[in-house]
Design a protein around this ligand. Structure first.
Ligand SMILES: [Zn+2]
Length: 75
């Protein structure tokens, strides 16, 4: 087996080190965890942004509905 390098940090992966194969890439377990944590962070940011967007749309819908009711039934 030749020189095995980590797909994340490019440092050599020694056979005694814990390694992980993800999508066919060889990497240190620590590097894999770091990569996964970064992905999770990105995913949660996306979810937060999407939630804000949905809240804003819902708020607009409520305002529009109230405006229509006021127009239909003026007090
Ligand atoms: Zn590494």
């Amino acid at each position: 087996m030749g020189q095995q390098k980590c797909a994340v940090c490019s440092y050599r992966v020694w056979s005694r080190e814990a390694v992980v194969f993800a999508h066919g890439d060889l990497m240190h377990e620590v590097c894999f965890k770091l990569l996964t944590a970064q992905q999770t962070l990105r995913d949660s940011r996306t979810v937060i942004l999407r939630s804000r967007d949905l809240i804003e749309k819902a708020r607009e819908a409520v305002i529009r509905q109230r405006a229509l009711q006021d127009y239909a039934e003026p007090s």
